[in-house]
Structures are given as C-alpha cells and as structure tokens.
Design a protein around this ligand. Sequence first.
Ligand code: DQA
Length: 187
Amino acid sequence: MTLPASPRVPCPGRQLDRAPSLPGNPRSFSIVARVTPATTRNRVAVLHGVNFDILERRDPSFYGGRSLSELEHQIEGWAREAGLEPIFFQTNHEGEFVEYLHRLPDLADGSLINAGAWTHYSRAIADALGVAALPAVEVHLSDVEAREDWRKVSVFDGLVVEKISGKGADGYREALGVLARALGVSN
Ligand code: DQA
C-alpha cells in the first residue's frame, strides 16, 4: 500500500540572508547563516463521524459502552506515549466533516479516521480525504468484516495506510503506532 504523499514536507535547513552593508563601505556585505529548526511532523487529527457523539448509548457488544470523551481521553494518553500530538473532531454533519478535511493539511500531519456509517458510502468524504493527502489510518471499534455485508465496503480503500477493525479501543492504539511509523516519529 502506498502512502499518500504529504504536501507539507518541511524544508529544514539553512536560509541565507544578506546582512546590511557596513557603514562607510556601501559595497561590502557579509553572509549570515540562519538555522531553521526542522519541524516535527507529529500532529494527529482523530476524526469521528456520525453517531459517535452518543457512543455510550450504542450497542455495547459492538462499541464497548464508553462515551466518546472517555475514548478520546484514552487515545490522548496513547498518542502522547507514542510521541504524537492529538487533536479531536466529531460531527454528525457530512458537509462539516468534508470542510474539516479541507482544512486538515493546516491542522495535522496525519489522521485516524472512524467515519462511522459514512465509511460505507460517502464518496464526498473519500474525495476530501484524498485531497487532504496526509497519511491516514481507518479505525473501527467493531469487526465490520463480520457484520452485515454493507459494512464490509469502505470508500476509503486505497486512500488509507491501513484499516484496523474489531479491536475495540485498542485498535486506536495500534493505529497510532502505524501512524507514528508513517510519520517517522519514534518514541
Ligand atoms: C463503526 C462501524 C460502522 O459500520 C458503524 O456504522 C459505526 C461504527 C465502528 O467503529 O465499528 O458507526 O465505524
């Protein structure tokens, strides 16, 4: 599986500036080296789609019974252990999800995406994920391969580094490891 190319590869290194001319010698100048620190690519957006705001009310045999904020709290701890800086987003509105993906390259270096039911049919979200062109890992709490046929389809096929499903919250931990490796972050 090939990684989507990041358009935001930092450009570490040196920038050369001309220092102001010395007084009394208008033609002289010196070269000053300014070192720009390499940017760390460790910002991860954790994106949840439709119906995740009521996670604690959904079938616990599939989704574990915890709330989204409990899940996010756990993910935050794992992300920091892996040397990643997480931000979180959830919406029930497809257009808002698309617009967040439009802004994603300014906000993050990679993403974990659990788009819920949109996973199985939203070409609009898949197109926007492709435009974001950042490494992404698809996560599902439940084992979508072992449920109804329509859940076996993912519109993100070919756009994500990996798909992890059926491991509950631990799937996010695994996905963070995959993303850390894809971003070259080691801890
Ligand atoms: C889900 C699986 C989807 O099929 C379902 O629509 C969800 C949750 C999961 O995490 O297992 O909303 O993405």
